[in-house]
Design a protein. Sequence first.
Lengths: 882, 108
Amino acid sequence: MSIRTYLLSLRRNLFRREEVEQDLDAELRVYLDQLTDEKIAAGMSEAAARREARIEIGGVEQVKEEVREAKAGRLVGELWQDLRYGMRTLWRNRRFAVAALLALGLGIGATTSMFSVAYGILLRPLPYPDAGRVAVVGLRYYPRDNAFGTLCIRDFLTWRENNHSFEEPSLFQSMRMDVGGGEGAPEQVQGASVTAGFFNTLGVRPLIGRGFGPEEDAPATGSLVVIGEGIWRRRFSANAQVLGQSILVNGAPATVIGVMPAGFEFPRRETEVWTNLVLNPPTRYGPWFYRGVARLKPGVTFEQAQAETNNIGQRMMELNALYKRLSLPVLSLRDAMLGTTIKPAILVLAGAVGFVLLIAVVNVANLMLARAAVREREMALRLGLGAGRRRLVRQLLTESVLLALIGGALGLVLAWSGVEVIRAWNPGNLPFIESVRLDGGALCFTILVSTLTGILFGLAPALASARSDLNAVLKDGGRGASAGRARGGMRAALVISEVAISLMLLVGAGLLFRSFVKLNRADGGFSAPPRQVLTMLISPGNRKYGDAKAGAAFYEEVLRRVRGLPGVEMAAVTDSLPPDRQGDADTFVLEGQPLGPGELNPIVSAVTVGPDYFRALGIPVLRGRSFTRHDNPGSPPVAIVSEAFVQRFMANQDPIGKRLQQSGPGFGDNWMQIVGVVGNVKYLGLRVDADPAYYVPFLQSYGPRIFLVVRSSGDAETLSDAVRKEILSIDPGVTLAFISTMEQSLRQSMSQPRFDTLLLALFAGIALLLASVGIYGLIAYAVTQRTHEIGVRMALGASRADILRSIFRQGLTLAAGGIAAGLAGAFALTRLLQTMLFGVAPTDRLTFAVAPLTLLAVVLLASLLPALRATRVSPVAALRYE
Amino acid sequence: MPPTNLLQGTLDLLILKSLALAELHGLGIAHRIAQITNGTFQVKPGSLFPALHRMEEAGWLASEWGDSENNRRAKYYRLTAAGRRQFQTETRQWETIALAISSALQAS
C-alpha cells in the first residue's frame, strides 16, 4: 500500500470518524436487509427471515469492531478514544483523581528535588578533569586531631620524599588576604598560599597567563599571584594587561601571572587569590596550618595510596616523638570540600525523601486497588459484551499512563520549585549548591516507579478478577467476593505500612525540631543581647601595622574613635568570637603539672582579647580580674582561663597566681600568670560543648588582623556604617570583612540545623498528608461497602454511637498496627540522626510519645468524615440499595 | 462437503476474482464467491467486510453507493487499476504455489 493512500485513509478515519462510522453502519444494515429479503423470497415469514439473517451475520457490533480493527490508524484512533474515555473517567471520579495526582505529584516532586540536591552535592562530577583521582591529605595526631588533619612544611617534605602513589604533591594554606591595586579601595578576600604543582594537580588551565612554574616555590622566589576571574573583572576591568603588573597583597607587592576561570573554587568556594607558597627549609615542626593535595598516579587506587601513606605516617612517628596516634587520612577532593556535617545530613534527608516516595507509591497502589474493585463489574461487563481483553488492557494502561503523566507534570512543577526553594534556603555552607539543578534522571526514575506501581496495582486485579468468573463477578455486584476480601487485606497492609513510615518520618522530624529548639535556646556563654553587638574583622592592609607598636597605636585610635560614636557603649578587640569563630587553638603547659615525658595537654582555644572584651559581650568574670590597658609588653605576662579549663586541668586548686605557658612552636619560655577566671564561651559552634579556653591580652600577643566588637545601646546594625567610616578615616587602606551583628552570626550558625529540620519536617508533613488520604480512602471505601450491613444493623436497633464506634475501631486497628511497626522502625533508624541532634537523645521519650499521638489524631480525623457518613445511612435507603 | 475454512490470503484473491467481471455489493460478492467455488467457500460478513475495507484502503478497490436490483441503496465495490495488477500478481503467485503443492503431493 502506498504511503499516500495510507495517509489519506488515516486522515479520513481519524478526522471524519462520524462519516466513516455511519457509512459502515449503513453498509451492514443494507447487508442485513438484503439477506432478509432473500429469505422472504425463499418463502420464510418476515420475522423468521430477519432472525435467521441476524444469526447468519453473527452480531452486527462484532463485525463493526472487526472492520474497525482492520482499518488504518486503528491504534491512533483507539488511543485517542481511550484518552478521552480516560479523561472522562478521571473527571467522573474527581476525588480519586485528585488523591492520586496529589500523591504522585508530591511524591515525584519531593523526591526529585531532594535527589537532585543530593546528586548535585554528593555525586555530580566536580569541575576538574578526572577530579575523582585528586586527594587531599592531612595529618592527625594527638592532640592535634581535627577531622581532616593538617600538615606542617616538614611533614609535607617527608611525605613528598617517600611518596610513590601520587604525582607531584603540593601544599596549600587558606588565609584571608588584603588586595590593593586596580580600581577601588583595598579589599579583604579569601586567599590561598599554594606550592608550584597546585594548579597542575587540579588540572585547570588559567583563563589567561599561567599558573606557578616548577621552581616557583623555591626559597628566594619573588612574590607571585594568580587572581580569580571575579576579582579580575571587579578590580581590573577584565583587562589582559594585568599580567605582569604588580599589585598589593597583604601590603606587599606581588606580580600577577595568571587569571583562573570563575569555576575554579579550591581550596574554598570563595577563594579569589592564590599566592606562591615558598618552601623555606623548616628548622622545626609546625605550624600545622597546611594541607596537601595530589593526583593519583595512573593505575593507583585510593586504597593503595592510603596504605602507602600509612607507612609514611609510621616513619613520621619514628622521626618525631611528639607524634602520637598519628594517622594521615587520604580524602577525596569532594569529601575534603564537603566537611563532616553535610554528607550525613544530605544522606538522611535523601533517605527520608525515599520514604516519602514509598508512601506516595503505596498510596497510588492503594487507590488503584480501590478503583479496581469498583471497576471489576465494568470490566466483566465489557468482556461479556465482546470487548477484546487486549483492548481492555490497553485502555487501562492508557488510563494509568495518563494519570502518571498528569502526576508527573505536577511533580515536575513541584520538583522545579522545590529545587529553587532548596537553593534559596541554602544554609550557606552547602558547597556545589550552584551545580544543583533539576535532575532528569531522578525525575524519570520517580515517574517510572509511580507509573509502574499504578499499572501493577490497577491493571492486574481488575483483569484477574474479570478473568476469573464473569458470572460470579456480575452476580456478586463487586461485593464480598473472595477476590475482594483478599484485596481488602492487601489494602489494609498498605495503609498500615503508610502509617508506619509516616511515623518514622514524624519521629525524625520531631527529634530534629526538639534539637533545633534547644539549639536556639543554647547558651553561647555571653549575656549581651545579640541585637546590640556588632562585629567585624579589621585588617590594616599596610605592612607598617605588622609591627606591634604601630599596630597597638592604630587600634588604640580605632577603639577611642568608635567609643566616641553616639549609641556605642563599649568596644573591644578579639581574635575569636562566639558562636563559631575560633581564632587560634594550641596546647599549653601548666607550671607544676605532672606530665609524662613527651606527653602533651590537649589543644584548647587560645584567645587573644583586649580590655573590655568580657564586659562588651557580657561574659562573667568569676574570679580575679579582667585584662586592662596596663597589661602591655612592658608589664608581666598574664592570662585568664575559663571555668571549664579550671575544672578540667586545675581541679581542687586555686588558679589565681598559677603560671601557664602556651606551648606551640615559637612561644618560647613565656610564663604567664593567671589573673582571672571567666565563664565558658562557645567558639566551636553552639552544638559543641564549650571547650576549655585560655585568654591572653592583645597588647602582649599582638596580631594585625583582629575582630572589633562593638556593644551598642540600640540596634547594632544601624551603627555599622558609622563605625566603618570612622575606621576608614583613620587609614583608608584598612579592609573590613564579616560585618555582622551577633544576631546575624547566631542565625547563620543555625542555618544548617534549620535547613535540615525544615526539610525533614516538610517531608514528614507530606508523608502525613498522604497517609491520611490513604486512611480516609480505605475507611470511606469500607463504609460504602458496608452500607447495607449498617442499614441492617440500624434497622435492628443499633444506635448511631454504635455505628460510629465500629467505624472508628476499624481506623484505630489500622493505626495501632502502623504505630507499632513505625515505633520499632523509628527506634532502629533514629540512631542515624545522632550526629545531627543537640541535647536530645535519639530515643527521646517526649518525641516518641507525641509523634504517635499526632498520627493517631490524624487517623481519627481521617476516619471521622466517613464515620459520620455512615451514621447518616438511612436503613430504608440502605436496604433498597441492594 | 462442508464449507472449508478460507486459507489466509485466499480470501483476497477470491474477492479480486469475483470483482474482475463486474462491480458488486457485499452480499453480491459473498454469493459470487460461493457460486464460483461451487459452494466450497461461504464467506461470512465477519471476514468479508474487514477484508473489503482493508483492500479499499490499500487502493485495490473503490466503492460507491448505488441502487441495487431490488431498489435498495447498497455500497458497490469495483477493482481499481492497482487492484487489477494485484489480481494478476496474486493469480500468478497462486498458480506457482498450487503447482508446487500438487507436484509435492504426487511425488512418490
